[in-house]
Unconditional design. Sequence first.
Length: 237
Amino acid sequence: MTNIADGSAALVLFSGGQDSTVCLAWALSRYDRVETIGFDYGQRHAVELEARQRVAARLRAAFPDWAARLGDDHMLALPALGAISDTSLTRATEIEVGAAGLPTTFVPGRNLLFFTYAAALGWRRGIATLVGGMCETDYSGYPDCRNETLQTLAKAISLGLDKPVGIETPLMYVDKAGTWAMADQLGGKALVELIVDETHTCYLGNRAHRHAWGYGCGTCPACELRAKGWAAWQGAP
């Protein structure tokens, strides 16, 4: 494919989790052509890679208009990231707050690398808009999720590729309750049920326990945020 950028196209960083699925729906509601990219970096919760395929298949079946816009999926293997990362997402270690004040689930450089690789792929695919589910609300304090970080990265990538590249983060200032609400607004009950049934967020990769908000251990930070958001959206006290 030509590397001339198509302004009506977007490339979504799609992990198979709640946030990236909502971002995929958001992109499908706005762009004529949407492609997805995922990363296998040796993550402890690699079950999310299987969830990606289920989510995409169910999206195509439940939303014909979106199916017509949903194009190729790309999976990149980044084993070096897992090899150099001593974190709770890449090692069987306890999830806690580290000495630097960040949770041990923080994988240094992860989002920086993800967007850089996505931009390189987008250049080849003719896509200049990258979409990610990062946010500064209801999050763990990861510095590479901040809007300033990502917009500065977009400028650096644009300079490096000598062409404009935009990074869109529709959830940047949306809490988890708002994320559930956005899913409902975008795709109604069908999308909400899809997210509950198929997406995966649990850091421990637990698919054995099904809660009202989906599958997970129920105790890791990712599960707690998802459950709290669900309860708030449902109006629970």
